[in-house]
Every structure is written in structure tokens, then in C-alpha cells.
Write a protein of this length. Structure first.
Length: 335
């Protein structure tokens, strides 16, 4: 590949839009860690979750710095496996995020001592201290982390760490991306239970978690689950299509006209045979959006009150009128 071909995408609006989304995603995720996760010793898995664990052992080293330390070998392998272009975006996001975490933490805490302790009482002067409401802290952190990671992944990059491990599991084990993250992050949570939950490290002695450090592991699991759901929402969207199977005795023509002309959809006739009557019959198979289900139900009831209709979820639908088929290396929350 020559230099001109390599630099050509940089001049396009799509490239700049994609890079802006990656930067925004990294910033949102960094805010989640710096303001709602790290100060409360919640360990939501990932490289930065491990960074929180290690920070409790080595408080002079910040969480983001540990991110740099752990990500280097993982990034090197990702560049080899997923290609130079993907590796370049991953390298950019993974190098940006730890720096943003350190920067946002430095802004939020008044001095070096408070920065090393990551005590929420000193977080912006205690304005957003959620020491007495760890559930709210874990939920806010989870939403920000899931949203940030989702924005990065939608633009064919990753923040490194267990994201890369999850990509390996999706690529080679055909596992859902969100499930892969859940599996990898659970191992990090266990390390947090050992280090923080059993009193090893400076952060475990803070008043905010005194007498209940081991309970932080449950908040960590909640954070992982919520962030994985937000991640799947951002990548795949919230609107699932619906599969409709309609059986009508003598009104197929009317139903066909309604589906094709009024709804501007198409469908398929599936030949079948009634088990009780042993008579041949045709079943209409059609995919509609969630909002259109109620419209079809009313119309079927109007045309043939004795019709039989089954409605089920279609998690993803590809083809004309729906989503385009994904590229070979596109990251998806479902495998």
C-alpha cells in the first residue's frame, strides 16, 4: 500500500467523524472511571479495573498509568491479528483513554495526597461524594463506561485490555462480544475481592468502605452487567424487529394486499399441513418493526377474526428494507 492510499481516508468527512466519536467515547468512559468507579474502589473489570486493584497496592501509581503498562502486550497482539488499520485506531484509543483518566483525576482532586488516596470526600471538594450511595455510583459509572466503550467499538476501534480478549473470543470461539467481556472482567473482579475485599492495599481502609469492603465485589458485578447491557444497546440499538407467522383460512389475498401495498413490506408463503385436519395450508411469514406489530394485529383481526398469528423476536434482520449485512470484521455485540 503506497503512502497516498494510506493517507487518503484522512481527508474524508467519515474519517473525521469516526475519530471524533472515538475521542468522545474515550472521554465519556474516562469520566465514568475517574468520578464514579475508581474513588469507590469498584472494580468493573477490564484493564482499568485491574488498575484500580493495583493502585490499592501501589497508590503512587495512578489507574491510567497501569492501563498503559497492561495494554502494551495486548495491543501488540491485536495489531498482528486484526490488521494495521484496526490496530492503529485501537492504539489511538487505548493510548488516549489512560491519559484522560489520569487527567480527569488530576483535575478532580486538590493535591497529590488526595490523588493517591482517591478519596471521594475530596472529589471536587466533595460535591459529588456518593460514599453513602454506592449503588448510584456504580450505576452511573456503568452507564458512562458502557456508552463510552460502545461509541469506540462502533467506529471499529477498541480501548484495549479485556475488549481485545473479548474480540478474540468473538472471532475464534463465536462468543457474544458482551459475554466475552463479562467472562474476562469476572476474573478481574475476583482479584479485586482478594486485594480490596480482604483488606490488602491502602484504599480498603477508607471510611467510605469500612466494614464492608468485600461487598464492593457485588457492586462491581452490577457495574459489569449494566455496562455490558448499555454496550449492547449502543452497538446494536434498542429496536428489535418482530417475526410474524399468520395462518388464515380464506383471506390470504387481503392480507397480502395489506402487507405489500399498505405496509410496503414483503413476505413469504410457507406451505404446511394442519395436524388435526390433515389439510394443506399456507402460512404467511413476514418481518416488521416493533411499532408495526400493533397495526398488523388490528388489521388481521379486522380481515379474519379467526386467524392464527404468532409474534416472536428477531434480534437482527439483514436485507432490503432492514439493516445492511455487516462487513467481515465488524464488531457486534452478538455473535
Amino acid at each position: 500500500m503506497n503512502l497516498k492510499a494510506l493517507l487518503e481516508p484522512v481527508g474524508t468527512f467519515a474519517w473525521w467523524r469516526s475519530m471524533f466519536a472515538i475521542v468522545l467515547g474515550c472521554l465519556i468512559m474516562a469520566a465514568g472511571y475517574s468520578y464514579f468507579v475508581s474513588p469507590y474502589n469498584i472494580v468493573p473489570g477490564g484493564v482499568y479495573g485491574m488498575g484500580i486493584v493495583l493502585h490499592n497496592v501501589f497508590p503512587s501509581i495512578q489507574v491510567g498509568t497501569f492501563g498503559y503498562m497492561i495494554d502494551v502486550p495486548l495491543l501488540a497482539s491485536a495489531i498482528i491479528v486484526f490488521g494495521r488499520q484496526f490496530g492503529g485506531r485501537t492504539l489511538f484509543a487505548a493510548c488516549l483513554t489512560p491519559g484522560l483518566i489520569n487527567l480527569l483525576s488530576w483535575i478532580a482532586f486538590p493535591n497529590q495526597e488526595a490523588l493517591e488516596a482517591l478519596d471521594p470526600k475530596h472529589l471536587f471538594g466533595g460535591v459529588i461524594d456518593l460514599s453513602n450511595d454506592l449503588m448510584l455510583a456504580s450505576l452511573l459509572g456503568a452507564v458512562l463506561i458502557g456508552l463510552g466503550v460502545g461509541l469506540v467499538l462502533r467506529n471499529q476501534a477498541t480501548t484495549g485490555g479485556t475488549d481485545i480478549i473479548a474480540m478474540y473470543l468473538q472471532k475464534f470461539a463465536k462468543m457474544k462480544f458482551s459475554t466475552g467481556i463479562l467472562l474476562a472482567d469476572s476474573c478481574v473482579v475476583l482479584s479485586g475481592l482478594l486485594v480490596i475485599g480482604f483488606g490488602v492495599g491502602s484504599g480498603a481502609d477508607r471510611e467510605a468502605v469500612e466494614g464492608g469492603s468485600w461487598l464492593l465485589s457485588f457492586y462491581s458485578l452490577i457495574t459489569i452487567y449494566v455496562s455490558s447491557r448499555v454496550l449492547a444497546y449502543v452497538i446494536d440499538g434498542a429496536s428489535y424487529d418482530k417475526l410474524l407467522f399468520i395462518i388464515s383460512e380464506n383471506h390470504h389475498a387481503e392480507l397480502r394486499d395489506f402487507i405489500i401495498e399498505d405496509m410496503d413490506r414483503s413476505g413469504t408463503y410457507i406451505k404446511g399441513k394442519g395436524m388435526y385436519t390433515d389439510q394443506d395450508r399456507e402460512m404467511i411469514f413476514v418481518v416488521v418493526s416493533r411499532k408495526e406489530v400493533h397495526l398488523v394485529q388490528n388489521k388481521v383481526r379486522e380481515i379474519d377474526p379467526k386467524a392464527f398469528m404468532v409474534v416472536t423476536d428477531a434480534y437482527e434482520t439483514f436485507g432490503e428494507g432492514f439493516k445492511q449485512f455487516p462487513d467481515k470484521d465488524t464488531i457486534q455485540a452478538v455473535g
